[in-house]
Design a protein around this ligand. Sequence first.
Ligand code: 5GP
Ligand code: ZN
Length: 114
Amino acid sequence: MNSCLFCEIVAGKIPCEQVHSDENFLAFKDISPAAPCHILVIPKRHISALTDLDPSMVDLSGQLLVLAAQIAAQQNLDSDGYRFVINCGDDGGQTVGHLHLHILGGRSLNWPPG
Ligand code: 5GP
Ligand code: ZN
């Protein structure tokens, strides 16, 4: 596999501001926050994008969503609300080829995206 930025963060080769780590997932603050709270939640194993998910990954996908909701609550985003975003591919605006879920909160967010 070619080098992957988020795999290098998982391996500790590139530092991050960690919010959560367990056997399967890592959460860390986005280096260029688009909202007062902007956290990325990633599976530690390399999955390139939503297009690479298959039925064997149903558990992992569900765990990702539940964990992200728990982190949003820990960040005190529950009362005012928040948004999850998973960009996929060029049109989706994906810039890092390792599946990641954005948690965005702390301000009112526009809809639809531009
Ligand atoms: P995408 O555009 O692929 O959905 O999101 C990639 C995100 O990764 C962007 O919000 C970008 O700011 C963030 N990012 C890119 N490089 C780094 C990095 O080295 N460290 C951290 N913490 N975030 C990064
Ligand atoms: Zn990776």
